[in-house]
Design a binder for this molecule. Structure first.
Ligand SMILES: Cc1cc2nc3c(=O)[nH]c(=O)nc-3n(C[C@H](O)[C@H](O)[C@H](O)COP(=O)(O)OP(=O)(O)OC[C@H]3O[C@@H](n4cnc5c(N)ncnc54)[C@H](O)[C@@H]3O)c2cc1C
Length: 387
């Protein structure tokens, strides 16, 4: 059986519409917001109002009833217009997926509509200062106190806490049946007494910030636990593939944006006889980027198609590979875009240098390239675990 390697007409229309909407805002708007301490709320709410933010969430909760492939397409097109929204990875894709798959009926009704229309953004907090990549070592604890839970701990690098009403926090709690310590997911209001967030000064040019989070005796009602409190690990894993597919889409979009700007510049800028794009030293690296980006996009679409078809295992390998390929393609594209622009490549006016850090973050978060290589070495190649 032969399949064409093109997306459905519906998906392509979604891409065109999102690109059109985001182009009204554009890169200059985005960087102005970042440099002036502004926010991307207008764009966020507009994509919410148009149904793009919750396109992956079931229709009965205000979503579009689509899949991860759809929300990844939205994320990529926003990035490709120079308006990458990191909170799309977190709010609809991680938190939205986990709640839609494992939340109680009441939780779905309570949280999902706001995630879809953008009025109830949810951040996600798993990373801790001492555990880092080794999330099995997190020490944020949840203790029962009558009908309530009491949370204590520290989180770091948590994106968008200032823009979120709630954070989905991963903590450790004793499993009711066995007494073993297991991860449990809690929806924590950002205005809860004992919850504090401090911004981490970052070199990324983005209005979306990262925070250190301090959780001191935060009291939560029993229904703050998402789904089954004994099934935290399974529920957590449900968010991993969407997270990686979205991170890949985010990088693919940034890579396309860098390449578009570089190509446009290479067509125009003339210093000897013809435009600099006529020199192979400039043209070939850009052509290489085009190939690398298309390969990364194809792998991202494959990962999303497997995930949306319900193949979580198959999607795991593909999502890791897609995230790796996309981050590498984006880093290379940003570097080549800077070089193509010469001195202009490191001016604020052209905004290319800022892409170096933004794309570089894709090699670190949400999962580092080393951990992806560990995964592929172990799971795809059957090599021994190294850590
Ligand atoms: C911009 C940004 C946004 C983020 N947003 C969020 C968020 O919203 N919520 C959240 O919970 N977290 C978030 N994070 C955290 C992110 O997931 C972590 O930074 C990431 O998992 C790496 O952890 P670490 O920074 O502590 O690095 P470390 O764990 O200290 O690792 C340092 C280096 O050592 C390498 N290393 C570690 N162990 C191994 C090993 N076994 N084999 C090979 N190499 C290894 C790593 O790959 C890395 O290169 C964000 C991070 C960034 C940069």
């Amino acid at each position: 059986m032969t399949h064409t390697f093109t997306e459905s007409e519906e998906r392509r229309t979604l891409r065109r519409e999102v690109a059109k909407l985001a182009s009204k805002y554009g890169r200059e708007w985005f960087t102005d917001k970042a440099r002036s301490g502004g926010k991307t709320t207008d764009l966020w709410l507009e994509i919410g109002k148009n149904g793009y933010l919750g396109v992956n969430i079931p229709e009965e909760y205000g979503g579009g009833g689509g899949g991860i492939g759809d929300i990844a397409a939205v994320c990529e097109e926003l990035s490709a217009q120079g308006c990458p929204l990191l909170l799309m990875v977190v709010s609809p894709a991680i938190c939205g997926t986990i709640i839609a798959r494992y939340g109680t009926e009441a939780q779905k009704q309570r949280w999902l509509p706001g995630i879809c229309d953008g009025t109830g953004t949810m951040a996600f907090a798993i990373t801790e200062p001492d555990a880092g990549t080794n999330t099995h070592n997190i020490t944020t604890t949840a203790r029962r106190d009558g009908d309530e839970w009491v949370l204590n701990g520290r989180k770091t690098w948590i994106s968008g806490v200032d823009e979120a009403d709630h954070v989905l926090v991963v903590a450790r709690a004793e499993e009711a049946r066995t007494g073993k310590v297991k991860p449990v997911l809690f929806v924590v209001p950002t205005d809860a007494p004992g919850f504090e967030a401090r911004p981490i000064p970052m070199e990324i040019v983005s209005p979306e910030l990262q925070f250190q989070v301090f959780i001191d005796d935060v009291r939560l009602p029993a229904d703050a636990v998402v789904g089954d409190e004994d099934g935290g690990l399974v529920q957590l894993f449900a968010g991993l593939n969407p997270e990686r597919i979205m991170a890949a889409a985010f990088s693919n979009g940034l890579a396309r944006f860098a390449l578009d700007r570089a190509t446009a510049y290479a067509r125009e800028r003339t210093v000897f006889q013809g435009p600099i794009g006529a020199h192979q030293a400039i043209a070939h690296p850009l052509a290489q980027s085009h190939i690398e980006i298309e390969m990364a996009r194809l792998m991202t679409q494959k990962a999303a198609a497997l995930y949306d078809a319900g193949d979580d295992i198959g999607a795991g390998e593909a999502a890791n590979m897609a995230k790796y390929a996309a981050a590498e393609a984006a880093c290379a594209a940003a570097d080549r875009a800077v070089q193509t622009h010469g001195g202009n490549g490191i001016t604020q006016e052209y905004g290319m240098a800022g892409l170096l850090v933004a794309t570089r973050a894709g090699r670190i978060a949400p999962v580092s390239r080393e951990m992806i290589l560990n995964y592929v070495a172990m799971h795809s190649l059957g090599l021994p675990k190294s850590y």
